[in-house]
Design a protein around this ligand. Structure first.
Ligand code: SF4
Length: 352
């Protein structure tokens, strides 16, 4: 049995001080950490419960157009916040496509960023895993690679980041606000995750004791609201992680794409923003050739990490479909099964 301390600080400063001790972990919604503890994958010496810290549960639509989301805002509350969903519909769509209603009620914005990969070998304490134990090796390399990376991987680790929420956030230039023993700082979400290299499996840009306090979206995030989609392909239509997903946001002017934002999920150890694909779309009229060219650019350099070459084709096709849907316009109503690629905008199944 793993014995651990449990503390419930009253302020962010107290939380940071409590988490400075070796082996401490922050507890928010607990939807990933508690599973990892039950399975023996995580064995914290101390849990610092931040669920009741004041001020971290606010969604602030600020006068200058920026949007600040406290780290303890629950996923369901953010997705159903009328002003936020109107400004950032692809983010709301991504949130609603994740997990189950019960989990979305418990899971937090900060915890979503911090969730671990769903690589099965990571969750099995008897498998070799560099991400769990430095230098141990990677059993996934000769194992089941169906859900593993096709971009940005190395022999150290081929895992993918499982978040839906982070994919449109990366496309929208979200910033992560962090508090720690050395004070406050912020970093772009696209830099928050390091990719694996020859010697290390990658991870998050957090020093010991640091915690995420908020996310911030820049003022131009809402300028994509009328042409924004998040599509997710999964093995069943709810309560499953993405095999691949795509966030697309377009700012249209007189029938031409003035600006595009593109990120893919399920393909790498971080949400995969493609500025090359975005540049291909800029100043173009939306059509099949342009979308195919953008998809080719987004998947540039993709390589199977095992028996998963199919993911490259799927990601390309899904991105093209997301581009088509975004060009048609954001639906007035969210689909009943958000982000099912088989659902029409009214939620009625469109496939036979
Ligand atoms: Fe661990 Fe990464 Fe290998 Fe999975 S792919 S076993 S997370 S090192």
């Amino acid at each position: 049995m793993n014995l651990f301390d449990y503390v419930r600080p009253a302020s962010v400063a107290e939380a940071v001080a409590a988490a400075a001790s070796p082996g401490a972990a922050y507890l928010a919604g607990g939807t990933n950490l508690l599973d990892l503890m039950k399975g023996g994958t995580e064995r914290p010496a101390r849990l610092v419960d931040i669920t009741r810290l004041p001020g971290l549960d606010r969604i602030e639509m600020q006068d200058d157009g920026t949007i600040r989301i406290g780290a303890m805002v629950r996923n369901a509350d953010l997705a159903r916040h009328p002003a936020f969903a109107k400004a950032c519909p692809a983010v709301a769509e991504a949130l609603l496509s994740g997990a189950s209603p019960q989990l979305r009620n418990a899971a937090t914005v900060g915890g979503n960023l911090m969730q671990q990969t769903r690589c099965a070998y990571f969750y099995d304490p008897h498998s070799a895993c560099n991400r769990r134990q430095e230098g141990a090796g990677c059993d996934a390399r000769d194992g089941d690679t169906r859900n593993h990376a096709v971009l940005g991987w190395s022999d150290s680790c081929i895992a993918t980041h499982p978040s839906d929420f982070c994919v449109p956030l990366a496309a929208l230039d979200a910033m992560v606000e962090i508090e720690g023993p050395e004070g406050a700082r912020e970093t772009p979400l696209t830099s928050f995750y390091s990719l694996p290299d020859d010697t290390a499996p990658g991870g998050v840009d957090l020093a010991p004791g640091e915690m995420i306090t908020a996310l911030r979206l820049p003022r131009d995030a809402a300028s994509f609201a009328s042409h924004a989609r998040y599509l997710k392909l999964r093995e069943r239509t709810s309560y499953a992680f993405a095999i691949v997903s795509a966030a697309v946001m377009l700012r249209m002017q007189e029938g031409v794409i003035a600006e595009a934002r593109i990120a893919l999920g399920g393909v790498a150890a971080r949400p995969w923003r493609s500025v090359i694909a975005e540049a291909r779309l800029r100043a173009g009229a939306p059509d099949a050739d342009l979308f195919a060219s953008a998809a080719e650019a987004a998947l540039q350099g993709a390589q199977p990490s095992g028996a998963n070459a199919f993911k490259i084709i799927l990601a390309s096709r899904l991105l093209i479909r997301a581009l088509e849907r975004a060009a048609e316009g954001t639906p007035a109503r969210m689909p009943a099964l958000p982000a099912s690629v088989f659902a029409s905008d009214t939620g009625v199944s469109a496939h036979v």
